[in-house]
Design a protein around this ligand. Sequence first.
Ligand SMILES: NC(=O)c1ccc[n+]([C@@H]2O[C@H](COP(=O)([O-])OP(=O)(O)OC[C@H]3O[C@@H](n4cnc5c(N)ncnc54)[C@H](OP(=O)(O)O)[C@@H]3O)[C@@H](O)[C@H]2O)c1
Length: 326
Amino acid sequence: MKAYVCRRYGGPEVIELVDVQRPVPKDNEVLIKIHATTVTSGDWRVRPLKVPKGFGPIARLALGITRPRQPILGTELAGVVEAVGKDVTKFRPGDEVFGFPGGQMGCHAQYRVLAEDGPVALKPSNLSFEEAASLCFGGSTALHFLRKADIKAGDKVLVIGASGGVGTAMVQLAKHSGAEVTGVTSRANFDLVTSLGAERVIDYAKEDFTVRSEAYDIIADTVGATSFARCKEALREKGRLLAIAGGMPEMLASLWVPLTGSKKVIAGPAEERPDDVRRLADLVETGVLRPVIDRRYKFAQMAEAHAYVETGRKRGSVVVSVEHVS
Ligand SMILES: NC(=O)c1ccc[n+]([C@@H]2O[C@H](COP(=O)([O-])OP(=O)(O)OC[C@H]3O[C@@H](n4cnc5c(N)ncnc54)[C@H](OP(=O)(O)O)[C@@H]3O)[C@@H](O)[C@H]2O)c1
């Protein structure tokens, strides 16, 4: 099969399209013929090893010292089950599915295997492969952090980076929990963020949310634009700062901040739960969540997709269709 491999850390030019062995499903696995994948902020963090502050040495140990240990990037996919292992009962060849190996990656390829009890679910019938492929990275991150924040109906929530992959899911899911949502983005994204359910939108180029008189129960910083020191006055009593793009300083703050009062900082990697993949399918089918796609690329344009995602300006997701020409 064809796959993009990354044999050293670097710019978009380091990914190379090569022939690799097509994986063979074990007894409990399904082989998926991939029709669509995405390039996410997760890919541009791994490819050049550009990780949040203080995580460099840990990231090298976890991901590979001189190059990614998993050379095939790509955190999410949608496609068709091509074959199943002998113990698989939940899927059959021909099923349309989507999946989220997340940090295990391996989706920038024509095929991938996933365990039937793993992060894979039937594709919602109202979504295209491209839309389904784009659901999990932002969706499961938003589910994780909102769960950690114990969001409740009536909470006032500020989403910084409301137009990004994580932010577009966060706005919709916070709204679904009954929260009153304010988004922070640039002027060009106001209509998008309002259409996702935000009551108010703040243009970060014109206004600093910390100098307003508003205070929030939850500040979800999806882009690393603030810190607890900067936004603590904008948090209500028992307020939570979700430092989604946070580094070591935010990890440390999550330990000391609760010792100093009622407020909290929640940081660290989001858990990747197979149940969340199925939950995202339900949320789409019930009309709660809709995917937001910015640009679409062909498989041959993978490096261009990486370069665009690395600008940090994408709206929602960037999808890549995976062709299978014989
Ligand atoms: N903790 C975890 O487990 C976890 C999981 C997933 C992602 N992350 C991290 O979360 C971050 C965001 O991921 P993503 O996929 O959502 O990124 P993304 O899609 O690339 O975010 C891009 C969006 O952010 C907006 N933005 C940029 N700077 C901003 C600012 N100062 N204020 C408000 N909006 C701003 C941009 O809007 P404009 O064009 O208007 O600037 C753009 O729409 C990444 O650093 C990623 O590594 C962490």
